[in-house]
Design a protein around this ligand. Sequence first.
Ligand SMILES: Nc1ncnc2c1ncn2[C@@H]1O[C@H](COP(=O)(O)OP(=O)(O)OP(=O)(O)O)[C@@H](O)[C@H]1O
Ligand SMILES: [Mg+2]
Length: 536
Amino acid sequence: MRRRRGAARRARRGRVPEAGGGALVPDQVPAVRLTSITKRFPGVVANRDINLSIEPGEVHALCGENGAGKSTLMKILYGMQRPDEGTIEISGEQVSFRTPADAIARGIGMVHQHFKLADNLTVLENVILGAEPRAKGWLRGRIDFAAARARIQEMSKAYGLRVDPDVLVETLGVGERQRVEILKVLYRGARVLILDEPTAVLVPQEVEELFGNLRELRAEGLTVLFISHKLDEVLSVADTISVIRRGTTVATRLDPSQVTSRRLAELMVGSQLPTPELRDSTVTEDVQLEVGGLTVLTPQGRPVVDDVSLRIRRGEIVGLAGVEGNGQSELIEAIMGLRSADAGTIVFGGEDIAHWPTRRRREAGIAYIPEDRHRHGLVLEASLWENRVLGHQTQRPNVRGPWVDRRGARRDTTRIVREYDVRTPGIDVPAAALSGGNQQKLIVGREMSGEPHLLIAAHPTRGIDVGAQAAIWDYLRQARADGLAVLLISADLEELIGMSDTLHVILRGRLVAEVDPRTVTPEELGSAMTGAGDPA
Ligand SMILES: Nc1ncnc2c1ncn2[C@@H]1O[C@H](COP(=O)(O)OP(=O)(O)OP(=O)(O)O)[C@@H](O)[C@H]1O
Ligand SMILES: [Mg+2]
């Protein structure tokens, strides 16, 4: 259906999908044309002689492994980085952007890999921030909230972007935040929308919703450029695909009907697609974590975690499936001590830790890969080795007696960089200099250090390319074989099914079902998560 529509659209524009390599040859002025773009950072060439053209009204996907240079290229197009060489043309006109404001003025908008909303403001305030409409008449100069609200409601209707303008961003889940980010960009008049890994944070239903939104945008004549590691999705939504490898384009304007995800993966990394799976069971009888009747209330007294009981044994991976915002984050935060529980017990290795501070829980051997790595995982301005110390500032090899052991921490950071294949010019660069996937590998490496007894892994492979993903699954399997207990949360249902020994479904704060990961399908799990289906 979609394919045929795509073909019709192409035919209407008089484009001919020719034979050679399945590339589509445009015949009109591109919405964006990047020519010979090169960008160097100390020790790295992030982009090397990149050539790319994007047609107006198309959804164009950009693929490539972690650190390939995708985000850098998009930041150049959005005026956040200046290229060392090369030119940018927008609708045939050469431009030179010094700041994102310049790019916005030319109709380029970008939603980042990590969201940049102000938590303590409402959706409406976030959307209009910096682009406030001013009232006329006797209220001249004041912010015209009514006009802004009307416009947001109209836009969210036109593009099917469901949002409530008056709630605090703090209370929103990831999928909703993303819609706010998109609205914010559209509100500024973007005609070319750049989305950096928009689906990494979404569950399948939300991905469908986003793709529906993208199609609406396309129908309105907007051009969409998006980055994704999920090749099946790329094939399902993109009109054309380009692949970047080690800083340069190795294929551009591929026709999705002419390539397979395997071929794309080969273009990206030159290796086969790995799959998540567990072989022999390593589950023991020793219960490492037992949560009983755990309840967390909102300030208004509504339960977000509602009487949850679950146990994780040594050598067991317990998966938790749920649509974003059904209490997963709050449950994890309660176990980590980042949020206090209103009722219930948390017994770790036989001790009730419900009233322990986070530091003590970590010291006792609870490792944590957080969902939002910028808010809870890394200090972006600090170096890699300083980030190695973070959250582990009382433990070896980071300290000796009362002192920070710089040498120990540095040596161990070098080990993590090597073992987890963190692509970086060195351990003294700030974490901000790493690509998104490489930041994640650093966090996983740090949290797996020091042989924890329990690992709480929220989306451990989010934003990570296929090769690195396989490596992280290997680490999880190895740690599990060594007796680690794992609580796994993931929006990637294949990963959740493939990597869990036991799989619970959480809905509105309650564990509503336990499914058998050996037999359940992603579709069945998806409907159990929305409360629609009859869980197995
Ligand atoms: N501000 C910076 N300073 C120094 N190096 C940087 C900076 N930004 C990116 N790099 C480096 O440039 C290269 C490309 O990074 P980029 O973020 O563009 O990769 P990516 O393709 O988006 O990867 P991912 O899929 O992991 O997000 C990497 O080696 C990265 O470490
Ligand atoms: Mg990136």
